[in-house]
Design a protein around this ligand. Structure first.
Ligand SMILES: [Zn+2]
Length: 282
C-alpha cells in the first residue's frame, strides 16, 4: 500500500500568550489564526494536499467561509474544542459531554457536514466513553513523543488501534527515541532534521502524520513579557515557516507520499471495520 501523508491542523487562535497568562486581545488572536490559516491553505492547495482540520467552535463561528473553502477542496473537518481555553479534564463526564456536544453540533450546523473525528485541545481529552456517546468514530489524541519539560509518551502505541470502541490514529514521532517531527520541532530544527526524522518514521510506519497550528504562519506581533523559554514557540513563524514547509513537502520523503485526510486513510486502509486488528509497528 502506498504510504500516506496525513497533514493535520489544530485550527485555533494564537494561543501562546493566553496559555502563559499574558493579556492579549482576543479578537486579534483569532484574526492571526485566520491569517495564518489562509496562507497555509494556499500552500496546501497549490500542492494538492488535503488537510484534516481540528477546529474549535469559537474559530469556526468567526471564520466559517475559510473552512467551507477547505471542505470544497477535499479537506476534512474534525473537532478540537468548543473554546481552546476549555479544560475538559476538570469537568464531570456529563459536563464534558454537554460542552463537546454543543461544539460538535455548532460546527456541523455552520459547515453543513457531519464530524467524525476529535483531537483534544492540549491533549486534554475527556473519557473515551464520552467521545463514543457523542457519535465520534475516531480520535487523534496520542503524540507518542518525548517532549522534555512537557511529557514523555514515547512508550505509547504508535500504530492505529481501537480503544474503547474508538479508532485512535496517533501523530507521528520517531521510533524508540520518540522524537517529534511536527510544528515546533520542524520550525526550530529545520529541514535536514525533519527529513531524517520523517525517514525514520516511515521506515516503521505506513504514514507520516504531522500537525501544525494556523497562527504559526501568521506575521505574529512581538508579545511583550514573553519569557525566554516561550520564545521558541514563536520563533521562525510567518513567512519563514511557510517557505520551510513548502520545501519539506516538495522533497522526499514527504513529497513522494499520498496526501490524504485521516478519514480517507481510515477507509483506504480498511481500518473502519470494527473487526480489523491492525498489525503493530515500531
Ligand atoms: Zn490546540
Amino acid at each position: 500500500m502506498l504510504k500516506s501523508l496525513l497533514f493535520t491542523v489544530d485550527v485555533e487562535e494564537f494561543v501562546i500568550p493566553g496559555e502563559l497568562g499574558i493579556v492579549f486581545d482576543r479578537e486579534e488572536a483569532y484574526r492571526l489564526g485566520a491569517e495564518g490559516l489562509e496562507r497555509l491553505c494556499d500552500l496546501l492547495a497549490a500542492r494538492q494536499i488535503p488537510a484534516t482540520h481540528f477546529v474549535t467552535f469559537e474559530f469556526a463561528r468567526r471564520f466559517p467561509e475559510l473552512l467551507r473553502a477547505e471542505v470544497g477542496r477535499g479537506s476534512e473537518i474534525a473537532l478540537h474544542a468548543f473554546d481552546h481555553e476549555d479544560d475538559l479534564t476538570k469537568l464531570s463526564d456529563e459536563e464534558a459531554f454537554d460542552r463537546l456536544r454543543a461544539a460538535k453540533a455548532g460546527v456541523e450546523g455552520l459547515l453543513g457536514l457531519s464530524v467524525q473525528g476529535y483531537r483534544a485541545n492540549r491533549f486534554r481529552s475527556p473519557a473515551r466513553a464520552v467521545l463514543k456517546r457523542l457519535g465520534l468514530t475516531w480520535t487523534s489524541n496520542l503524540h507518542p513523543a518525548w517532549v522534555p519539560g512537557a511529557y514523555n509518551h514515547r512508550k505509547a502505541r504508535r500504530d492505529p488501534h481501537r480503544s474503547e470502541g474508538l479508532l485512535e490514529i496517533p501523530i507521528s514521532a520517531t521510533p524508540r527515541l520518540g522524537l517529534p517531527v511536527s510544528w515546533f520541532w520542524l520550525r526550530n530544527l529545520g529541514a535536514t532534521y525533519f527529513c531524517a526524522a520523517a525517514k525514520r518514521v516511515l521506515a516503521h510506519s505506513n504514514r507520516l502524520h504531522l500537525y501544525v497550528h494556523p497562527w504559526e504562519f501568521a506575521a505574529l506581533p512581538a508579545v511583550p513579557g514573553l519569557p525566554l523559554s516561550a520564545r521558541l514557540s514563536v520563533r521562525r513563524t510567518g513567512a519563514p515557516f511557510l517557505r520551510l514547509l513548502e520545501r519539506v513537502l516538495a522533497a522526499p520523503p514527504a513529497g513522494s507520499l499520498l496526501a490524504e485526510t485521516i478519514s480517507g486513510f481510515i477507509s483506504r486502509s480498511g481500518l473502519g471495520e470494527v473487526s480489523s486488528s491492525p498489525a503493530s509497528e515500531g
